[in-house]
Design a protein around this ligand. Structure first.
Ligand SMILES: *Cc1c(COP(=O)(O)O)cnc(C)c1O
Length: 341
C-alpha cells in the first residue's frame, strides 16, 4: 500500500551536475520534507556533489543531515532568535553558520557568543527577515566570525535589487554574498560585478528542476461498482451517476489534499477552497489522481492513507494492483517509498 516516488537517478544526477557547473558556489538546500526526497537522501546527495556547505531550514534539521552522513559546514537559513534554545547551542558548533537578521540579535550574540560563525541577513522586497541597509551603519559585530551577507529575494529575484543591496552591504563590510532566487545569468553577472566570494542557495531548481526524471504513482487498492444515488464513504454522500468507487493509496498522511495542487489564479479562489472545507458532493472536487488519462474527482475527502475516487461510466479503467499517476506537490508530500532507478 504505497504512494511511490520513482527517480531516474542517472538523469536526475545529470541535471544537478549541469546546474552545479553553471552556478559556482552553489549551496544545496535540504530542508523541510527534503523536497519529497527526505532530508537524509538530500544529505547523501550533497555529499556526492561534494558541496562544501549545505543549507538547512531550522536548527533541528542540523542533526538530521548529520545523522545521514553530512560532515561539512551547515548554514541554518531561518534567522536566530534568542528564545530558540537549540539554535543557541549550535552557536558553539564550529561547523554551523547561524543566520542573524536583527541588529539587536547581532549585539546580543557579539556579547554572549563572540566567536560564532554568522551570516547577516538583509531585508529585501520580500520583507520576511533581515536588516534594512540604513541599520548597517550602527551595526557592531564585535568579534563575531563574519561569514558574509545574506540576500533572500522574492521568487522572481532581480539583479538590480541584489546589486544595490550587495553594494551597500559589501561597502560597509567586505564579505561573501549568499543569495537566493536569482537566474543563473543574473547570479553570474552579480558575481562578476561585486568581486567577492558568492554562494547561491538552491533547493527547488536543484532537486525538482528536471521533473521528467521523477514519477509519482499510487496503487489501486479496491474498485467497487456503484449506482447513481447510492451512498458511499464516511459522509454517506450519494454517487452522482452510475460508475465506480476506486480506492487508491495516498491520503492526508502523505499530504494528499482535497484541492488538486494546481495553481489557483487568485487569493479569492484559494480562500473559497479553504472556506468550503468539506466538498459538497461526490465528484465535485478534482483529485490529483489520473485514471485512464484523466484526473478524476474525489468521491469524498481523502482518508489518512487512501483516497476514494469516483469514475463515472461502465468501465473503471483500472484494476486492483494497478499503479496510477498522481500529481504531488513535492514540498508537502511524504512518500511511502522512493525507488532509485
Ligand atoms: C528555502 C530557501 C531557499 C531555497 O529556496 P528554493 O526556492 O527551494 O530554491 C533559499 N534561500 C532561503 C533563505 C531559503 O529559506
Amino acid at each position: 500500500m504505497t504512494l511511490r516516488l520513482t527517480v531516474a537517478t542517472h538523469e536526475w544526477h545529470e541535471a544537478q551536475a549541469r546546474l552545479q557547473e553553471q552556478v559556482p558556489g552553489l549551496v544545496p538546500v535540504a530542508k523541510g520534507n527534503g523536497y519529497g526526497f527526505g532530508l537524509d537522501a538530500l544529505a547523501r546527495e550533497a555529499n556526492r556533489m561534494r558541496a562544501g556547505v549545505v543549507a538547512v531550514g531550522i536548527a533541528q534539521e542540523v542533526t538530521t543531515v548529520r545523522l545521514a552522513g553530512w560532515r561539512g559546514d551547515v548554514v541554518v537559513l531561518n534567522p536566530w532568535r534568542p528564545f530558540d534554545e537549540l539554535a543557541m547551542s549550535l552557536l558553539e558548533d564550529p561547523k554551523v553558520i547561524t543566520t542573524v537578521s536583527r541588529a539587536e540579535d547581532v549585539a546580543a550574540l557579539a556579547r554572549t557568543h563572540p566567536r560564532s560563525r554568522v551570516v547577516l541577513e538583509l531585508d529585501t522586497t520580500m520583507h520576511r527577515h533581515g536588516m534594512a541597509t540604513a541599520e548597517l551603519a550602527g551595526l557592531d559585530i564585535g568579534e563575531l566570525h563574519f561569514e558574509g551577507w545574506s540576500i533572500h529575494l522574492p521568487a522572481t529575484g532581480s539583479l538590480q535589487e541584489a546589486t544595490a543591496l550587495a553594494e551597500a552591504a559589501v561597502g560597509r563590510r567586505r564579505g561573501a554574498l549568499w543569495v537566493s532566487h536569482l537566474s543563473v545569468a543574473d547570479y553570474r553577472m552579480l558575481r562578476t560585478n561585486i568581486g567577492v566570494r558568492t554562494h547561491m542557495r538552491i533547493g527547488t531548481r536543484l532537486w525538482l528542476g528536471a521533473p521528467e526524471t521523477l514519477t509519482t504513482t499510487a496503487t489501486v487498492l479496491d474498485v467497487h461498482p456503484i449506482r447513481r444515488g447510492g451512498r458511499l464513504g464516511y459522509h454517506q454522500a450519494r454517487a452522482p451517476r452510475d460508475g465506480f468507487i476506486v480506492v487508491a493509496s495516498g491520503g492526508t498522511a502523505h499530504g494528499i489534499a482535497l484541492a488538486a495542487p494546481v495553481p489557483q489564479r487568485n487569493l479569492r479562489q484559494r480562500f473559497n477552497t479553504v472556506a468550503d472545507g468539506l466538498m459538497r458532493a461526490t465528484g465535485s472536487t478534482l483529485s490529483p489522481f489520473t485514471i485512464a488519462g484523466r484526473k478524476r474527482p474525489f468521491a469524498e475527502p481523502p482518508h489518512m492513507h487512501s483516497s476514494m475516487l469516483f469514475v463515472a461510466g461502465s468501465d473503471p479503467g483500472v484494476a486492483v494492483g494497478d499503479d496510477i499517476p498522481v500529481t504531488c506537490r513535492m514540498t508537502t508530500t511524504r512518500f511511502d517509498e522512493i525507488v532509485w532507478h
